[in-house]
Ligand binder design. Sequence first.
Ligand SMILES: *[C@@H]1O[C@H](CO)[C@@H](O)[C@H](O)[C@H]1NC(C)=O
Ligand SMILES: *[C@@H]1O[C@H](CO)[C@@H](O)[C@H](O)[C@H]1NC(C)=O
Ligand SMILES: *[C@@H]1O[C@H](CO)[C@@H](O)[C@H](O)[C@H]1NC(C)=O
Ligand SMILES: *[C@@H]1O[C@H](CO)[C@@H](O)[C@H](O)[C@H]1NC(C)=O
Ligand SMILES: *[C@@H]1O[C@H](CO)[C@@H](O)[C@H](O)[C@H]1NC(C)=O
Length: 234
Amino acid sequence: MKPFKNLSISFFYFFVSTLIFISLLAYAARFDIKNNCNITIWAAATPGGGRQINPGGTWSLEVTPNSSSTSGRIWARTMCSFNGSGVGKCQTGDCGGLFHCQGGGSAPCTLAEFALNQFGNLDFYDISLVDGFNVPMVFNSTSPKCSGIDCTGDLNGNCPTELKAPGGCYNPCTVFKTEEYCCTGVDCKATNYSMFLKGGCPGAYSFPLDDKLSTYTCPSGSNYNVVFCPLGSL
Ligand SMILES: *[C@@H]1O[C@H](CO)[C@@H](O)[C@H](O)[C@H]1NC(C)=O
Ligand SMILES: *[C@@H]1O[C@H](CO)[C@@H](O)[C@H](O)[C@H]1NC(C)=O
Ligand SMILES: *[C@@H]1O[C@H](CO)[C@@H](O)[C@H](O)[C@H]1NC(C)=O
Ligand SMILES: *[C@@H]1O[C@H](CO)[C@@H](O)[C@H](O)[C@H]1NC(C)=O
Ligand SMILES: *[C@@H]1O[C@H](CO)[C@@H](O)[C@H](O)[C@H]1NC(C)=O
């Protein structure tokens, strides 16, 4: 009986791990990242690394959540140059000089953020300007039933002088580093600067404790579009 019993136990484990594998795949998401700008963008993603996307090009990125990692972010890097080992730098969104990003990008950069398969079998997603703004973006689901987020205002052209950065516009926290702008204190409200950022990017997080309306949900297993410069040019 013993060999038979061992066999059935290993079959049981095979069956369970296959089920877990299939259920994780069911929560995978594809992000179609499109560069609609008239300049080259070095898209960055964690997880995912990086990809050079010429004007009009796309990068189809699959993200499969696992027990230790369900969330991620996607952003644009501009004016990059890298050597043959993938080491160099970008004017905005640089991630420690690496072509294949392993951590976050430096400010200013418009961020698409997501967390897959959270409670209620929902994906959560948002656009954050907490690290400022570099490139206009639309972040939506391929399903028209889920809300899209538009961040298409001219926040570079209209950026207040105090926040101007080469190739972008900083969040006031990055520049002034005060409680009021960084929300390190308990009381944290919108400011004239966060209202300026929100004006060009109505669905985005404009300061760290921005309202709950800035987070969107879609059923797990959905796929998404991240479009840089949805209105064309930059
Ligand atoms: C989970 O996913 C992350 C991001 O894709 C990856 O870096 C990590 O190695 C994965 N961990 C396991 C245990 O598979
Ligand atoms: C790329 O630059 C890095 C850092 O300066 C250097 O360590 C590496 O050898 C360079 N690779 C090539 C192929 O030039
Ligand atoms: C998502 O946004 C892009 C760019 O604005 C648009 O072309 C596409 O139709 C939108 N998709 C949905 C499902 O709304
Ligand atoms: C925003 O408010 C600060 C502090 O009250 C002020 O110094 C600054 O001029 C204002 N900036 C804009 C663009 O309104
Ligand atoms: C991109 O479009 C902007 C705005 O129309 C224009 O000023 C700029 O010269 C264009 N850049 C290129 C590389 O075509």
